[in-house]
Design a protein around this ligand. Structure first.
Ligand SMILES: Cc1ncc(COP(=O)(O)O)c(C=O)c1O
Length: 356
């Protein structure tokens, strides 16, 4: 499908101070839009970023058929704009679409839209190291109808926002033993809006107890670790790197997958399996819990400063002592900036519309 292009008359890029970008509040000149009606995606277009009207009965506002992705375009050391594993986001948004009973968005059109949009707005990729152009592909129901059923109309959009360097502070976590994020058979593996809406109250209550985020436990027994906010979670215990398996309740993080690949390739002992919270506590008590870190697109790696479960507060080492976290972080950032060999072919230069 051809993408129709309508350019802005005047770029707004002069309004941006690239040394001081408020996260998620500044939007670049253009956005990609495509509508689904009568069983087909139609009218793919790149247009000036702007408001659009929405009908009060628009089904996404009522029944939550809304899914999204989060990804980044960065510049290599040579200034070349590039994506990191963009095809994985195309695959994942369609997995989310399937679970939420929404139509798949063609993967080749998803990639073409990203390439064309970021190529046009590449001046919006901040030049500072660690900065990025954040991309937000999303899809929502637009049928004007009151009644619970799958919508027959959808809109797919990609907009982008420049974001400054992310200096992740170590994060404190509370393992919640009252609220849950996802149950087996639920929507935990989908990147669906409702999963995030439901996490806000427990997160606020954790904040009130002095913790930055919640570490979710399983919905049945509060026994197994799931994930954290917008991150998957890794434990380094007794020399092994352990992360919860993707059992349908956690997001299949693309950073998680990249970290597992890098660690296995580097010869680390890695286990993807159910992780009991009591096993983590026991490792801590024996002095065998070396590191805990979260993984996600935003920070690549977030160091965990402490983890509370019931009455046990596990204090973790300083970031500089987190060898595994630092190794994977430097490797992924190095692949992104082209200072580390991209041996897994994860980097895709922007403009290469026929990307894998
Ligand atoms: C719930 C959840 N878990 C994990 C992640 C990490 O996924 P990724 O590494 O693909 O950013 C995210 C972020 O997208 C998330 O929202």
């Amino acid at each position: 499908m051809e993408i129709r292009v309508q350019k802005v008359a005047q770029s707004r890029i002069g309004e941006i101070d690239f040394d001081n970008i408020p996260f998620g509040r500044k939007f670049s000149d253009h956005m990609f839009v495509c509508d689904y009606e009568d069983g087909a995606w139609k009218d793919a277009r790149i247009v000036p970023f702007d408001y659009f009207p929405i009908h009060p009965a628009s089904m996404s506002l009522h029944y939550g058929q809304t899914i999204f992705e989060g990804m980044k375009a960065t510049k290599g050391k040579d200034g070349q704009p590039l994506f990191f594993r963009p095809e994985q986001h195309a695959i994942r948004i369609n997995a989310s679409a399937y679970r939420m009973c929404m139509p798949a968005f063609p993967e080749d059109l998803f990639l073409k839209a990203l390439h064309q949009l970021v190529d046009m707005d590449q001046a919006w990729i901040p030049p500072q190291e660690g900065s990025a152009l954040y991309l937000r592909p999303y899809m929502f129901a637009t049928d004007e109808f009151i009644g619970v059923k799958p919508s027959s109309k959808y809109r797919f959009i990609v907009f982008t926002c420049p974001v400054g360097p992310y200096y992740p502070k170590p994060i404190s976590l509370l393992a919640d033993t009252h609220y849950i994020r996802a149950a087996h058979g639920g929507t935990g593996e989908a990147k669906a809006g409702g999963n995030y809406g439901g996490s806000l109250l427990p997160a606020r209550l954790a904040n009130e107890q002095g913790y930055d985020q919640i570490m979710w436990l399983d919905a049945k027994e509060f026994k197994y670790v799931q994930e954290v906010g917008t991150m998957n979670i890794f434990f380094v215990m007794n020399g092994k790197v352990v992360t919860p398996s993707t059992d349908g309740t956690i997001l299949r993080g693309i950073t998680r997958d990249s970290i597992l690949t890098i660690l296995k390739d580097a010869g680390y002992e890695v286990e993807e399996r159910p992780v009991e919270i009591t096993e983590v506590v026991e490792a801590y008590q024996k002095g065998e819990l070396d590191e805990i870190f979260g993984s996600g697109t935003a920070a690549v790696v977030a160091y965990i400063s402490k983890l509370k479960y019931l009455d046990t507060v596990m204090e973790m080492p300083e970031p500089s002592a987190c060898k595994v976290a630092n190794f994977v972080k430097q490797t992924i950032n190095g692949i992104r900036s082209k200072t580390v060999e991209d041996k897994f072919n994860w980097i895709v230069p922007v403009g290469n519309a026929l990307a894998r």
